[in-house]
Design a protein around this ligand. Structure first.
Ligand SMILES: [Zn+2]
Length: 187
């Protein structure tokens, strides 16, 4: 499915200013049920700055995707998350917020769960006992979802249409004006 890969010399690094140390790597792919996407990785060999992101190259309407994780097999469902995308798992009370430094990736639901798990583990390391207990409860629930023992809904929203849950069974629709305004306020 891989269509094209390229490397561009990026000139000056915007972080450290080093010349000829900066590069942009790109990979264009065609994802069934979604379309052409471009993964990019910018990096600097001098200051080790790195940033990955994903873009959708086709129509870019503000979209909302919803999928019900109900079996272990569902963990393999593909997820495209751009730096402008939001991921929510309401049953867990978890929201992965967008932000220019949060980056983007193409993974699957299991990969999303792994990332959330790591983020919670880091967050509770220095937390007080109440927050720690809340975090530990979430970790247990994540483990149950991963094992197919607990069902959960996953929602992906992107005001620029760069993010998606990619599966035939997914419920998708355009974002409402209200949802869109809320998301743009968070960017
Ligand atoms: Zn640099």
């Amino acid at each position: 499915m891989l269509k094209r890969e390229f490397v561009l010399p990026g000139g000056c690094c915007p972080i450290c200013g080093a010349k000829d140390a900066f590069q942009v790597k790109g990979k264009i792919d065609n994802i069934p049920y979604f379309g052409e996407t471009m993964e990019t990785l910018v990096s600097c060999s001098n200051c080790k700055f790195k940033h990955a992101d994903v873009m959708h190259l086709e129509k870019q309407e503000p979209m909302r995707y919803e999928f019900y994780i109900s079996s272990e097999k569902d963990l393999m469902v593909r997820v495209v998350k751009s730096s402008t995308g939001v991921i929510k798992i309401p049953e867990l009370g978890v929201t992965v917020k967008p932000g220019s430094w949060s980056g983007g990736y193409i993974s699957n639901i299991e990969g999303v769960i792994d990332r959330i798990e790591k983020a919670i583990e880091v967050a509770i390391e220095k937390a007080n006992s109440i927050k720690r207990r809340r975090g530990e409860t979430k970790l247990k629930k994540l483990e149950a979802i991963r094992g197919g023992k607990e069902k959960a809904k996953i929602i992906v929203m992107d005001p620029f249409g760069h993010s998606a849950i990619v599966d035939e069974r997914v419920k998708k629709r355009e974002l409402t004006k209200k949802e869109l305004a809320g998301l743009k306020a968070e960017l």
